[in-house]
Design a protein. Sequence first.
Length: 391
Amino acid sequence: MISPEKLAAVREQFPVTKRQLYLDSAHQTPLSLSVREALLSFLNEGYEMAGPKPVWVRRAEETRANVARFFNASPSEIAFTKNTSEGLNIAANAVPLEAGDNVVLIEGDHPNNAYAWLNLKRKGVEVRFAPLKDNEVATAKTFEPFIDERTKVVTLSHVTFHAGQVHDLTSIGKLCKERGLYLVVDAMQSVGVIPLDVKALNISVLAAGTHKGLLVPQGLGVLYVADGLDQLQPAYVAMSSMLNPPADYIARPEDIAVRKDALRFEFGNVNLPDLHALDAAIRLIDSVGVPEIQQHVNELGDTLLAKLDELRVSVVGPRERGQRNHIYVLDLPVEMWADYFARNDVRVSPERGGIRVSLAMFNTAEDIERLASVIRAGQKENMQSVALQLD
Ligand SMILES: Cc1ncc(COP(=O)(O)O)c(C=O)c1O
């Protein structure tokens, strides 16, 4: 549990909470004071010293080690990318796939994952979609009927952006291990909010951006590639990917061996400003703890579900703890409600199935109360306007 004092201190870190009811962290995190400070001091170093690059790079390596800790991985298994999509595309092009092989996804999964694999159709790779309802979570059973001897990869979002399902990576990871399949996970919506253990879950590759649960601006992604998957080879390389980078900066055709670790997938300069921000963000997350953040958002979720029941508003995703976490999509017509929430300074997202409310470490039970009273008032307002239209 997050103590009331700690929660108050965390909330202070997010000035946006004083200006609006922010329930949209699954879209984009608001920035914390400490992240802003980290970015400003990076900028000042750039102004004053034209960039102490070796210092920046050393700090980036410390951040790599901290990111690895988040996933129970080793730093050698982490590469920095620019976003989730880049990581997923790196995976799709690194796995040795031949014409006739197939990859299994969930129907309706985030398009950034789907397109990374659909793009392989031009190589003759088949992409299979397992159907799933919005209020169900995927387990090994979801994928099993679609797997045959030519299946090489199972890939899915850990938490879905459109209904908030938390898929059962435990059974899926076990299935992939038994069948010798690569498991590629899009952790964009779970990193920083749900503890992740890539080893226990048998994940081969995990990709995530950092602008939601990892609390920094867009433009930085993290990629986990399990040590030992040497058959995964990069489609793109630069000097930083090389096993023996030439000290004289002259590339020699006879030595183009790439590194053994995940850095073979990292090419060129990385997003140093955002990595400085990420260092501050990880400190903030660590000051609370990911398990505690998860418990906190789940408790707020319990309160939200109870309030929604009173208001007779249903959610499109699952209701059971363990199957949902911090994303709740309210079955309210977007065309009627999106503007209404915006007018009332409530920041939420329109989604396929309704209005998405997403919770973060800085949200409180009072936020849920306030949301409920805004919905109650909206129900009256909307009922009146529907009555007027019928008149
Ligand atoms: C599950 C999931 N994957 C990926 C993304 C975004 O992809 P990228 O980080 O490449 O912009 C989102 C949302 O922004 C998401 O919800």
